[in-house]
Design a protein around this ligand. Structure first.
Ligand SMILES: [Cu+2]
Length: 170
């Protein structure tokens, strides 16, 4: 009798310990961070001095992330820009950070967001490829491969949404 009661207590204590461990685990489990960068392309530079880069970021995680910066060996400077239409003119506005919402995606495409590559360190020709590093607040560094395409091929790649971009107007 005494023996069986002792066993029961041990089980109760064990159950309590397991519950506590589970509670701790649940509290300390980090949010899932899962970013996917796809369709990284650069339109063939007109002047050889600067080029516009586009890509899509899909956030499969459960926390909003932010694109903070971009770097590449192909250019000394890479800035995140947004194209704004004001009256009949287009202008580019630097963007500090680009939010990629949890469960959502952001498309950089001609006429909207883009990364502007300035002071190119190499000539870029159609079908050339080079690495770019995207710096995110939570995901950290994500390396992707960029491909250079002719401007005429942009529409084929991104669909009918492509508009004339000020980078490529001359
Ligand atoms: Cu720009």
């Amino acid at each position: 009798m005494t023996n069986s009661k002792h066993k029961l207590n041990k089980q109760a204590i064990l159950a309590l310990a397991v519950t506590t461990a589970l509670a701790c685990t649940a509290r300390e489990t980090p949010e899932t961070i899962d970013l996917e960068v796809s369709q990284v392309f650069v339109t063939e530079p007109v002047t050889g001095e600067r080029a516009a880069m586009y890509f899509s970021v899909t956030n499969n995680g459960d926390v909003d992330d932010e694109l903070l910066a971009v770097s590449t060996t192909a250019a000394a400077v890479a800035e995140i820009h947004r194209t704004e239409h004001e009256g009949g003119t287009m202008k580019m506005v630097p963007v500090d950070a680009l939010t990629v919402p949890a469960g959502g995606s952001v498309d950089l495409a001609p006429g909207g967001y883009h990364v502007m590559l300035l002071q190119l360190t190499q000539n870029l020709f159609p079908d050339d490829r080079f690495d770019v590093t995207l710096h995110f607040r939570h995901a950290g560094e994500v390396v992707a491969r960029a491909r250079v395409i002719r401007y005429e091929d942009v529409e084929e790649l991104v669909g009918g949404a492509a508009q004339r971009d000020p980078h490529n107007s001359g």
